[in-house]
Ligand binder design. Structure first.
Ligand code: GLU
Length: 474
């Protein structure tokens, strides 16, 4: 008998994952339902004039939970975006923020446009109009709802949003905190662009400090020399691959993009690949690599770590039997369907879930938001004090041993802590703590042997605490 077709609706998938965890949690009547439900969705249709013609643009902003304020989540520009997807992604934001103790509710926005098909001017018009619509209905504001980049958007769009918001609220000191992921010159924070990718790497490093976990998925040692395949060389996939290549000595054997997959078993130089793409417009044809038939082939390459960093529903019942990695590190939101995950888990493949793995972005967004509200760059006060103390220490050490450090080493030793160091340190601490918490929940919860259910249990318990603190549920 033919197998029932798999349900690919992300909203249903997220709810299924939620239910699998909720079974293990006892809460007062109604609270689980409250946590699961999406509070409100704002649907917009607005006209934008391009040349002499008007085009109707469709957009959504979903607010999943209000247990903490403001609400937080990216804005996606994609032809495929619809209400269900935005609602599901907003729910994932709630769980993500809870897991990493970022005190926000979950939200998400989407505009149904393919960014690549529009000029810079057209995108600016769409973004500014979208912001005006959000302002009109109180769906944006430093204490209300704070968007960020997502698929198809980046710091340029965030700068337009901040500027439009500021124009509507002249004189409000905290305007910059209405959106995160801005350029550094306009209230952004160092390390935000690479934060999601860097978070993925910090999580993987923590996995490689857990010998028992590694054994379960037939791995050992460190990340050095491990083979990695990445789907999507966007902001998240690029930085995850680059950092693994540059800082951990991992071998990126395959990279997949919308127009194809490239493969080199000896490893691909990621910054050089990026330069090639900038020059030619595609990853294809990068010297030393072989082109594989279809874009999705990067998922089926034999490797230690597979990083889906594109969109949802990439590992499904159609290709689950062909996945040949030991760990799936979900950098994207919702890349693995429940049916595929069950199959991977059965085969001993470790799936590190999206709501944990890609939470580095919103974590650093939180740092950016607090920076904007404090009106002070991180490290500005302490950098020189640090430097003076270190200088003193190094000089004493040199006196004691009767040798001077080489000039470059000396410079490194006495460098004070700057914003990037602090951001990366906060991000690393966050990812390590969350990993350990999820692992601990998995190990102590009867009949739970996957990291996703454990991550949902962690999230649900923390969101419940939020509602209880609000006094919504006695
Ligand atoms: N869009 C990113 C995500 O899905 C970042 C959200 C944020 O920084 O608010 O996590």
């Amino acid at each position: 008998m033919a197998r029932k077709k798999e349900d690919l609706n992300l909203n249903n998938i997220v709810n299924t994952q939620f239910d699998a965890a909720a079974r293990h949690i006892k809460l007062q009547d109604g609270l689980l339902e409250q946590i699961k439900a999406c509070s409100n969705v704002y649907y917009m249709q607005f006209p934008v004039k391009f040349g002499k013609k008007y085009q109707m643009i469709q957009a959504w902003r979903a607010e999943h939970s209000h247990h903490r304020k403001p609400l937080k989540g990216g804005i996606r520009y994609s032809r495929m975006v619809d209400q269900d997807e935005v609602m599901a992604l907003a729910a994932l934001m709630t769980y993500k923020c809870a897991i990493v103790d970022v005190p926000f509710g979950g939200s998400k926005g989407g505009v149904q446009v393919q960014a690549r098909a529009y000029s810079r001017e057209q995108l600016e018009k769409i973004t500014r109009r979208l912001t005006a619509e959000l302002i009109r209905k109180d769906f944006i504001g430093p204490g209300i709802n704070v968007p960020a980049p997502d698929y198809g958007t980046g710091e340029r769009e965030m700068a337009w949003i901040a500027d439009t918001y500021d124009a509507f609220h002249p004189g409000d000191l905290d305007n910059m905190a209405c959106v995160t992921g801005k350029p550094i010159t306009q209230g952004g924070i160092r390390g935000r662009t690479e934060a999601t990718g860097r978070g993925v790497v910090y999580a993987l490093r923590e996995l490689f400090r857990q010998p028992k976990e590694l054994k379960r998925c037939k791995l050992a040692g460190s990340l050095e020399g491990k083979t990695v395949s990445v789907q999507g060389l966007g902001n998240v996939g690029y930085h995850a691959a680059r950092i693994l290549h540059e800082e951990d000595g991992a071998k990126i054997v395959a990279v997949g993009e919308w127009d194809g997959t490239i493969y080199n078993p000896k490893g691909i130089d990621i910054p050089a690949l990026e330069r090639h793409r900038k020059k030619t417009g595609s990853i294809l044809g990068f010297p030393g690599t072989k082109k594989l038939g279809r874009p999705g082939d990067c998922l089926e390459v034999e490797c230690d770590v597979l990083i889906p960093a594109a969109l949802e529903n990439q590992i499904t019942q159609d290709n689950m039997k062909k996945i040949r990695c030991k760990v799936v590190a979900e950098a994207a939101n919702g890349p693995t369907t429940p049916r595929a995950e069950a199959e991977l888990t059965k085969r001993g493949i470790l799936v590190l879930p999206d709501i944990f793995m890609n939470s580095g972005g919103v974590t650093v967004s939180y740092f950016e938001w607090t920076k904007n509200l404090s009106h002070l760059r991180y490290g500005r006060l302490e950098k020189r004090v640090d430097q003076a103390k270190l200088e003193n220490l190094v000089a004493s050490l040199e006196n004691l041993v009767g040798h001077k450090f080489p000039k470059k080493k000396r410079q490194e030793l006495i460098a004070g802590t700057d914003e990037r160091d602090l951001v990366n340190s906060g991000l690393e601490e966050t990812m390590i703590c969350a990993f350990q918490e999820i692992l601990e929940i998995r190990n102590r919860t009867k009949n739970v042997n996957d990291m996703r259910t454990a991550a949902y249990i962690c999230a649900i318990q923390k969101v419940a605490r939020g509602y209880l603190e609000l006094g919504v549920f006695p």
